[in-house]
Design a protein around this ligand. Sequence first.
Ligand code: DC
Length: 233
Amino acid sequence: MNINDIPVITIDGPSGTGKGTLAKSLSKALGWFLLDSGALYRVIGYTAQIAGIRFYDIPGICQHTEKLKMYFGEKEEGSVEVIDLSGQRIDITSEIRLEETGLLASKIAVIPELRRILLGRQRAFKKMPGLVADGRDMGTVVFPEATLKVFLAASAWTRSERRYKQLINKGVNVNIDQLIHQQEDRDRRDRDRKASPLMEAQDAWIVQTDTLTADQVLELVLKRVNELGLETG
Ligand code: DC
């Protein structure tokens, strides 16, 4: 089997559009592998901070990343573990999901050298029977050959409201104004950076999700997958 024959579906878009939810449910429905590329940036941002490396120390961040051992989904679905400074394997699943970690991730994600190092690690997720990859540059840079490129969009208000509800449901106490501000800050950095900025691929299918539920978005994408005749696993 040639690597080019392995189907890939990319899901890009700004934060709070439901990429993660769609990627997870789609990969399950198809029986395909899942790449949550944001988790890579979150893990690096978080562990670099613990190691005392500042987000603007480019050589420091790159050396840290090259050495870092990460384990995704080995303990349970969605779990993330790393080897810490003392050689212990530790679970950082909840730490990387914090809003502060998302901001840190977005700050280190502007480093082109780091993005280059992560290219190979991301492409290694492409395995039979297929891959669903979610992030910001999946369809433009990491998997430009993808069979289907979904770009999820929603207004800034809808996205903040969704994130707010998600956090409140998790028992996290948040201020909606602060959340909107943090999200705008992150989106601006993700869109304006020089290296692989967040943008629609030329051949992307843009799905406006403001008035759709997560189930409706999944249904819509599965219909397209069917029309394209993509194999199910
Ligand atoms: O998808 P997420 O919220 O977990 O991503 C966290 C940050 O990581 C996001 O603000 C920008 C960065 N990121 C990126 O630059 N490229 C990706 N493919 C995925 C995430």
